[in-house]
Design a protein around this ligand. Structure first.
Ligand code: PLP
Length: 402
């Protein structure tokens, strides 16, 4: 018998757990499933512009060797220019680390930081890799509340109340997955102040920094707090629609001296994996310097904007369903009013929805939300598909009881 490492005992990643497993079984039986469960643009016909792909193709022959462990200089320079253009100062290619997606860099950044029992402040709801990776690295994710009645901004007083002598870092996911919130400047400044007062490393996941609706503004925390050590993460998966390339970056800003030892650890881990996939790194300069602009998809008449609006209207027309209209990212996070829909097990509800209506959504507790009254709907699909899926959800909810 081969048993599992005990360090995995507390690691949960339900968004790819039993609901997805059931979807696979139904597909194997020949059922067609409408999948609105993953923020993967390409299967919905949202592709990267040809110019990016052509640059990568032309670079393949020259990509046969390992690169610098931090990634190719050309791409790290492009990331440096990107943040400099956006008002973040003090970025240099030496402090840019490329990775096989933000996912790899999330795990590396925490592996280099945490000792057993160290605490990390993580939003609830969160993109659950953050919570899972903290546990994997022996730490404890302490969840701070993001409040629906504050347009899902973090409840700053709650964040402050959770700091203990074991707290090492503060995770900020902005724009947020799964809520679609884009945090106000005031909220961000208050969060940064907590980090400043308690000497916390700020880990800012800003992978959706360009996916914004209705004129909402995204602030890079690295711009707002140049005096703090901050790790900002971003990548090619969403704005540039290259999720399969597994290509992302981590940028260190602020004073280096207080985190010099930590950075040595990060370098060590970067060296141990040799380097990130080299051909995929070539997409970075092509996209960031190439003037690839996602805003046509986000403005009125643009595909993502239309899909968000249609999905939001259809969802909120279902009796007992309310939803914050997302200001960013690719997700709707509707609430099922417990007075109308009494759901005690939201994962069970998603499995029942799947079995009865062949629609795959993700349950709110999968994002470390403590209550069982939310669902996440990805709005990448064309309007007709969203209408079909949300229609089926309405039919399901009309009679569903737990
Ligand atoms: N961070 C957030 C907030 C995400 O939503 C996702 C993917 O959905 C990731 C990171 C993973 O990004 P990558 O594809 O670069 O690993």
């Amino acid at each position: 018998m081969v048993s599992q490492a005990s360090r995995l005992a507390d690691v949960r990643y339900d968004i790819r757990g039993p609901v997805l497993q059931r979807a696979r079984e139904l597909e194997a039986q020949g059922h067609e499933i409408i999948k609105l469960n993953i923020g993967n643009p390409a299967p919905f016909g949202l592709f990267s512009p040809d110019a990016v792909l052509e640059h990568v193709t032309a670079s393949v022959a020259g990509s046969q060797g390992y690169s610098d462990a931090r990634g190719i200089l050309e791409a790290r320079e492009a990331v440096t220019r990107y943040y400099t253009r956006r008002g973040v100062h003090g970025v240099t290619p030496d402090h840019v680390y490329l990775g096989n997606g933000v996912s790899e860099l999330i795990v590396m950044s925490l592996q280099a930081l945490l000792n057993p029992g160290d605490e990390v402040l993580v939003p609830s709801p969160d993109y659950p890799l953050w919570t899972g990776a903290v546990s994997l690295c022996g730490g404890r994710a302490v969840h701070y509340r993001c409040a629906e009645d504050l347009d899902w901004n973090p409840d700053v007083e709650h964040v402050a109340s959770l700091v203990t002598p074991r707290t090492r870092a503060l995770v900020i996911i902005n724009p947020n997955n799964p809520t679609g919130a884009v945090y106000s400047r005031q909220t961000l400044l208050a969060l940064l102040d907590i980090a400043r007062r308690h000497d916390l490393l700020v880990l800012a996941d800003e992978i959706y920094d360009q996916i914004l609706f209705d004129g909402s503004v995204h602030y890079h925390v690295a711009e707002l707090a140049p005096d703090l050590p901050i790790l900002t993460l971003g990548g090619m998966s969403k704005t540039y629609r290259l999720a399969g390339f597994r290509s992302g970056w981590l940028v260190v800003t602020g004073p280096r001296e207080p985190i010099a030892e930590y950075l040595e650890g990060l370098e060590l881990l970067g060296n141990m994996r040799m380097c990130p996939n080299v051909p995929a790194q070539h997409a970075i300069p092509a996209a960031l310097d190439g003037g690839i602009d996602i805003t046509p998809l986000l403005l009125p008449g643009g595909r993502l904007r239309d899909q968000r609006d249609h999905a939001w209207e259809l969802l909120t027309a279902i009796p007992g369903v309310e939803c914050y209209k997302p200001a960013g990212a690719l997700y709707l996070f509707p609430r099922l009013d417990p007075e109308v829909h009494k759901i005690s097990d939201d994962q069970r509800m998603c499995i029942d929805l799947l079995e009865q209506q062949h629609v795959l959504l993700t349950h709110g507790t999968g994002f470390n939300l403590p209550s069982t009254d939310h669902l996440r709907v990805v709005f990448l699909a064309p309007v007709e598909t969203l209408a079909d899926a949300i229609g089926r959800l309405g039919t399901f909810l009309a009679t569903y009881r737990q």
